[in-house]
Design a protein around this ligand. Structure first.
Ligand SMILES: [Zn+2]
Length: 257
């Protein structure tokens, strides 16, 4: 396909900013179990309903200097940060995948991961409304695209199975719940999108990231061994890395055995 130079880069970044703005709404509203499309966003302090001028990603935040247009209540920095991070992730996908049928599928997957990352970080939950349709969609796309239906099904079963087994073993051993079933469903979703090989990669990568962060927190005495780490947050980071670079990293590793 022919595009003018920079077209793909600029459009993926701008589309990422706009989608990031919608992901902010999802991150805010899904834990409250309210609709993500209705009603329009309003200032939580004065009830001022945002117009299109207040909704331009990043730009509105800068123009308003991070304050409500009506009552000047501060607006969280989280909004423009999520928009910029989403835009950067869209741009990365364009660089790695280029124009392909897999691109929109992996972008949708990345959006689910961004929302799960933030909701797990803030509320320690991984809502079923994202993970369960995610499992179905990941499998449906794999009927036509990599990793293919067999690897997708195997990925979902093994991904969910690993965490279910760990949760079960931990419960019998220590009589405490190590993690909720949200993690089980989330890794099943990752497996459905990425397949068997990359779901194992995701599990190893997220455990490693989680271990490093936990060790850092314990070492600096900000946590003790009983502190629960939001594992879904690590899974989201690991799955994003797997989606973008997993195949290359696994191939490199196998060729160096
Ligand atoms: Zn206000």
């Amino acid at each position: 396909m022919l595009f003018p130079p920079g077209f793909g880069e600029i459009s993926s970044f701008v589309i990422g900013l706009c989608i990031g703005s919608f992901l902010n709404v999802c991150i805010h509203r899904i834990p409250l179990k309210v609709s993500v499309v209705h009603p329009r966003s309003a200032c939580p302090r004065c009830g001022y309903v945002l117009t299109w001028k207040d909704n331009i990603p990043v730009v509105s935040y800068l123009m308003l200097r991070g304050r409500c247009r009506s009552c000047a209540a501060p607006i969280s920095m989280q909004y423009p940060i999520i928009e910029l991070v989403t835009a950067a992730i869209f741009l990365l996908h364009w660089y790695v995948l280029g124009p392909s049928w897999l691109l929109p599928v992996r972008l949708l997957f990345a959006c689910a991961l961004i929302v799960l990352f933030m909701i797990d970080l803030e509320h320690q939950i991984l809502p079923d409304v994202i993970t369960l349709p995610g499992i179905v969609l990941g499998f449906a796309f794999s009927l036509f695209l990599p990793p293919g239906p067999i690897m997708s099904a195997a990925g979902a079963v093994v991904g969910g199975g690993i965490l279910w087994g760990i949760a079960e073993a931990w419960f019998r051993l220590r009589k405490v719940e190590a993690m909720g079933f949200g993690d089980v469903k989330m890794l099943a979703m990752v497996g459905a999108f990425l397949g068997l090989k990359l779901v194992i990669f995701t599990f190893i990568a997220s455990s490693f990231i989680g271990g490093v962060i936990a060790a850092g927190l314990v070492a600096t005495r900000r946590a003790d061994m009983a502190t629960k780490v939001p594992f879904g947050t690590m899974l989201a980071a690991g799955a994003l890395a797997a989606s973008l670079w997993g195949d290359r990293i696994v191939a490199w590793y196998l060729s160096n055995l």
